[in-house]
Write a protein that binds this ligand. Structure first.
Ligand code: SAM
Length: 195
């Protein structure tokens, strides 16, 4: 989880997540983006970077159904219950054997660095994670595939959006309603990878 953001006081989204058995309130951010851009569909292969505690992985697994496959990576384990077509692996995204993973229809990253309290440092670490997710997508996302990555404002967002525009038919940024007021997070969205 985004340390210092989603673990704070319970609010509407955390209560809703708890009541509906979701692993984290973050699920409502992905749900909003998915409903807006129709990212996830039956039968897809999905990679979820920074997947613990598992709410995005659970949501993606529901949307792709048992004909699809969802693979998540995180430094930490996922204790949430997952269906057979979803798998959480422990790993550092900077050390993944990308080629061995094969290709994906959708690549998601909700990765967040351990926060230091220094906004500038946190933003640049977050940008490093988002940039790494973009590199993975360059290699492993199928043409036409979709990409989402969290980034804290202050990291080089305009530069990353510029890169996304070169590589996707549509590139944009969004701040879902479930993002906490005090958080500086936004999500980069790339729709329809060009090649
Ligand atoms: C906000 S949480 C993800 C929440 C998740 N999307 C969910 O809905 O349950 C961010 C995660 O990014 C992970 N993370 C940070 N750096 C990472 C790295 N280098 N490799 C893998 N995971 C990383 C953290 O361990 C943390 O669990």
């Amino acid at each position: 989880m985004a340390r210092g953001s989603d673990r704070k006081r319970p609010d509407f989204y955390s209560r809703k997540a708890k009541a509906s058995g979701r692993a984290a309130r973050s699920v409502y951010k992905l749900e909003e983006m998915d409903q807006r851009w129709r990212i996830l569909a039956k039968g897809q292969r999905v990679l979820d970077l920074g997947c613990s505690p598992g709410s995005w992985l659970q949501y993606a697994a529901e949307k792709i159904g048992p004909q699809g496959q969802a693979i998540g990576y995180d430094l930490k384990p996922v204790n949430a219950t997952l269906p057979a077509h979803a798998e959480a692996r422990i790993g550092d995204v900077y050390e993944l054997d990308i080629e061995a993973l094969g290709t994906f229809d959708v690549i998601l990253s909700d990765m967040a660095p351990n926060t230091t309290g220094d906004r500038k440092t946190d933003a640049w670490r977050s940008a490093g994670l988002a940039e790494n997710a973009m590199l993975i997508a360059q290699q492993s996302l199928k043409p036409g595939g979709h990409f989402i990555a969290k980034i804290l404002e202050g990291g080089d967002v305009p530069e990353l959006i510029k890169k996304l525009r070169q590589n996707y038919h549509k590139a944009t940024q969004t701040r879902p309603k479930a993002t906490r007021k005090e958080s500086t997070e936004i999500f980069l969205v790339g729709l329809g990878k060009r090649h």
